[in-house]
Design a protein. Structure first.
Length: 979
């Protein structure tokens, strides 16, 4: 049996004195204490039940239940977990093993004299550690856990989580990773702490597994980490993930973590969430609310007061999760006097003679710090540095007489206390830390070296020395830059250390440091500056280099947009516009400002909708600036954006006017890229206005022009006009009765989109082909296109294509015989479209719904939709489907037994409208109905002449429903003529 006191972890085990944590006794029953002593004596060995019974209770009969009870008691006392043990491990069907190798008290004292990192000692947090351990146990069973560790600055949030994850990280079936938010006081890189954590995981021992999971489940995230893959893989990823939305980003990362957690429980620790970007908070809320099982424990630390003062969305999200019981909060209170005593005991391990003075010292420290751990550590460090706590004969001695009169400092004067610590550094070290605090809370020695104007190797040596002395910073691995620079990385032990250093810098020195560090980072990331554009913008802004700050803010906005982080992109662009206002007004500034307004339109569309007033105001501002510039490219880009907004918000005639003006600008430049884009805009507008023949010619020319230009020249415009021109031309050709040509163009558009692996373009092409088949009444092919389009729209969160996919799917479902479901899908499609703020194509959706309601005899609902269609056409001028309204109104009148003259008049009106628009397919439908009416009125010859001429205008797909219907009427008319 154990004969002398030993230590393990933070505990001291004495066979006579029992189990203690610092100065606090952990009460155990005699049986449990004897069992713990025996296990500790045989640490590392698996002890069978028989060996335990014989060694612990040789003269007492003890059953299995008593042994299990003792094990449970010990685990509870030690805060241990059976699935992820730190001290006592269960070996199934074999016995138990004490994992940690104990050391003697003498060895423990010797270790303490080596001056352990004071910040690594965690006391007074047993309940909190047990709570985290319990959460880990639940996470291991598949119950996802979200825990917020909260408290004021210096209360020990980071120390607590570090103490918890350190032993967990040693377990083979637990994967621990962490990410840090940045204190940049403004818009920062979207998903920064998450990207930090993912990059760390991908470069760790399980990196291949994480990269494979991201490639399969979260390619949009993997695409943001190009350094992990080769050029070809990155190029393929960019194609797969183009046009990513925020919703897709949120879902993908959650799916990837859930997949990896099938192999190992994940502990994801996110630090300082009160500084986190909004996209990170959105993901956190998304993850927490998911009901699916996941072996993931997410721990976030933050300061509630700071998040409330700044209006950060974190607190609101936390409150909402708490109401839904989706999270746990561990709010850290100040340390008790007993905990401060434990800290002194663990750090200094006093002899029995020094125990009294050490306790009195602890009491005084507690009174002065009010139990704030950071203050406590700072004051005790200060006492050590002043020689009031000295080491002698292998132990620490309290110079109590001197301490009694020593100024300990007070909590609201921590800056002075930190200042004294900084003042004791060598001047070179102090100078380097001043540069380091400008880099950030975590910094590369190479970046700090650039600020301090010293060699990177010298900076590494100095930082390593400071860290080894446990002064202000800790080592944090290495950091590699794209230019090949590799340097050690360090982190400030607490944000207050960095803030104090930064606050002491004179304004001129601070600006110079930011400038030098920005220069070095810009050089290191040449060609890949987008990845740290937000950080570079911050440095150059604080260096008073406004032009470069604006340049990098623009890059940061685009980078955020590529991650689907629209709000962060908006913030970057707007901040850039604010800075531009401080520059002298000249043409170059106007060009830059116009470009920023155009760039801002893109994320504004994601936040407020394509047809929002915010997007229109931004586009008009860009156009007003570019109208006075000689630069044709700016003028074209601004005019194109105004046309795009007008397409969503204003009547078609106004849209057509803007499209013709855009064509004039493109013709003046003679640039084939702009000409192709202008033909796409004009062709689209002509189609909507019902000028089908001119639209077909314009779209055909646009497709040919686009084919003559390399694809990458269209990248900045966010679309490929070649695909769009073919897709819309397929609609137009179908309506004009050129059905085979419509099918050819629809297939070509889909093939074009598939080759480029762009989800948005493919959804566009599939919807367009589906509509071309709908116009032809080709139910099977329309259904196939709609099904694939809907899958893409759901996967990539494309609401507009979702709306049209539902419309086509609903129509096809109705034709297949499930009429109620078909109408329901069409109504859902109309609601989805309206929710986007768009109104384009509403007339078509209303017409198809009205036709469905007529087919099931619901005249009232058909009337409502046809009246809404009339109002939409009158207000918006959308006329490409206008012929269907009088045709369907005639059917409605016939259903209601209206006067024959009324039915005839509306059917004739439908034929006239279709002929004016060159809509041969609509003319055929109207003519078929009119021929039936004339036949019934006793005029078969005129009816046959009309219908024969209309059939001749339709080419291809002669077996389609419209042609079959017309041929059936012709057959009836021919039979009548014979009689």
């Amino acid at each position: 049996m154990l004969r002398q006191a030993v230590t393990f972890g933070r505990y001291r085990l004495d066979p006579r004195g029992g189990l203690r944590l610092g100065s606090r006794e952990i009460r155990l029953t005699p049986k449990a204490l004897s069992l713990l002593c025996f296990l500790a004596e045989h640490a590392g060995q698996v002890m069978t039940k028989d060996e335990l019974f014989a060694g612990v209770w040789p003269e007492t009969t003890v059953g299995d239940a008593a042994l299990v009870t003792c094990i449970l008691e010990l685990r509870k006392a030690l805060g241990d977990n059976a699935r992820h043990p730190r001290y006592i491990e269960t070996r199934h069907r074999r016995g138990y093993r004490f994992i940690e190798k104990p050391g003697t008290v003498t060895e423990a004292r010797a270790q303490q004299t080596k001056s352990p990192a004071a910040s690594a000692i965690v006391v007074g947090r047993d309940d909190e550690l047990r709570a985290l351990q319990a959460c880990l146990g639940r996470a291991a069973t598949g119950e996802r856990q979200v825990v917020f560790v909260t408290g004021e600055p210096g209360i020990g949030k980071t120390s607590l989580v570090r103490a918890f994850v350190s032993p967990a990280a040693l377990s083979a079936d637990i994967h621990v990773t962490w990410g840090q938010s940045a204190d940049h006081h403004g818009a920062t890189e979207p998903y920064l702490p998450l990207m930090d954590a993912l990059t760390r995981s991908c470069r760790g021992p399980s990196g291949d597994q994480f990269i494979a999971a991201l490639d399969r489940h979260a390619p949009s995230w993997l695409a943001q980490m190009p350094s992990l893959l080769g050029p070809e893989q990155n190029r393929a990823l960019r194609h797969r993930t183009a046009g990513v939305t925020q919703e897709r980003m949120l879902r993908e990362l959650t799916d990837a973590l859930e997949a990896v957690s099938h192999h190992a429980t994940i502990v994801l620790w996110l630090e300082d969430l009160h500084w986190a970007d909004h996209s990170t908070i959105d993901w956190l809320a998304w993850f927490a609310r998911r009901p699916e099982h996941a072996c993931v424990l997410l721990i976030g630390t933050y300061r509630p007061v700071e998040s409330l003062i700044t209006g950060h969305p974190l607190q609101g999200m936390h409150d909402e999760l708490r109401r839904r019981h989706n999270c746990l909060e561990i709010a850290l209170p100040p340390l008790t006097e007993a905990a401060v005593t434990d800290y002194c005991q663990v750090r200094f391990t006093p002899t029995e003679d020094d125990a009294g003075p050490m306790s009195r010292l602890a009491r005084r420290v507690h009174q002065h710090t009010e139990g704030t751990p950071l203050f406590m550590v700072g004051i005790v460090d200060d006492l050590v540095s002043q020689g009031l706590l000295v080491k002698g004969n292998g132990t620490w001695i309290v110079r109590e007489a001197d301490i009694g009169s020593a100024p300990l400092g007070i909590p609201d004067n921590l800056q002075r206390l930190i200042g004294r610590q900084i003042g004791r550094l060598h001047p070179a070290a102090s100078h380097l830390l001043e540069a380091a605090c400008v880099v950030g809370g975590t910094f590369s020695a190479a970046a700090a070296a650039a600020g301090a104007c010293i060699a990177a190797e010298d900076a590494e040596t100095l930082c390593r020395d400071i860290a080894q002395r446990h002064q202000l910073i800790d080592a944090a691995g290495t950091e590699a830059w794209p230019d090949g620079t590799v340097a050690s990385r360090f982190t400030f032990r607490h944000a207050l250390y960095r803030q104090t250093l930064y606050g002491r810098l004179p304004a001129g020195q601070c600006a110079a440091l930011h400038g030098r560090i920005g220069d070095r980072l810009e050089q290191a990331y040449a060609g890949r500056a987008d990845e740290i554009a937000g950080e570079l913008a911050m440095h150059f802004e604080r260096a008073r280099d406004t032009s470069r700050a604006v340049t990098h803010l623009r890059k940061a906005g685009r980078f955020a947009g590529n991650r689907g982080a629209a709000r962060e992109a908006v913030a970057h662009f707007r901040h850039a516009l604010d800075l531009i206002a401080t520059l002298p007004k000249d043409p170059s500034r106007d060009t830059l400002e116009a470009g920023l307004h155009l760039a801002l339109c893109v994320p504004l569309r994601a936040v407020h909708g394509y047809g929002s007033a915010e997007v229109e105001a931004c586009a008009l501002a860009a156009k007003a600036l570019s109208d006075h510039l000689a630069d044709g490219s700016s003028k074209f880009a601004a005019s194109r954006m105004v046309w795009n907004v007008c397409l969503m918000r204003h009547p078609v005639p106004q849209t057509l006017e803007h499209a013709r003006a855009l064509m004039d600008i493109a013709v003046a430049t003679g640039d084939p890229v702009r000409l192709a884009l202008a033909h796409r805009a004009l062709g689209t507008s002509l189609k909507l206005a019902g000028h089908l023949r001119e639209a077909a010619e314009t779209l055909t020319r646009g497709a040919a022009m686009a084919d003559s230009v390399p694809d990458d020249l269209f990248a900045d415009f966010g679309e490929h006009p070649g695909m769009i021109c073919r897709a819309f031309a397929a609609w137009v050709q179908a309506l004009m009765g050129r059905l085979d040509e419509a099918t050819r163009l629809a297939d070509a558009a889909i093939e074009h989109a598939r080759e480029r692996r762009n989800a948005h373009s493919l959804a566009f092409a599939l919807v367009s082909s589906g509509l071309a088949y709908l116009f032809q009444r080709d139910t099977r092919r329309a259904d196939e296109s709609a099904s694939e389009a809907l899958a893409l729209a759901h996967e990539h969160e494309l609401p507009q294509w979702l709306a049209f996919g539902l419309e086509i799917k609903g129509w096809a479902t109705f034709q297949h015989g499930d009429r109620a479901a078909g109408i329901g899908l069409q109504e859902e499609g109309l609601r989805t479209l309206r929710a986007t703020g768009a109104r384009t194509h509403t007339s078509r959706m209303l017409a198809n719904l009205a036709e469905s309601y007529l087919a099931v005899g619901q005249a009232d609902k058909a009337r409502l939709h046809l009246e809404a269609m009339r109002d939409h056409i009158d207000v918006h001028g959308e006329r490409y489907y206008a012929a269907e309204r009088p045709r369907l109104w005639a059917q409605l009148l016939a259903l209601e037994n209206a006067a024959p003259a009324q039915v005839d008049a509306h059917m004739e009106a439908a034929l006239d409208v279709a002929r004016q628009a060159d809509a041969a397919l609509h003319a055929l439908r109207a003519g078929t109905g009119l021929a039936r009416v004339w036949h019934a009125r006793g005029n078969p010859t005129t009816a046959r002449q009309l219908l024969t001429a209309l059939c001749a205008r339709v080419a291809g797909n002669v077996d389609g429903p419209d042609m079959a219907d017309a041929r059936a009427v012709l057959a009836e008319l021919s039979a009548s003529s014979v009689w």
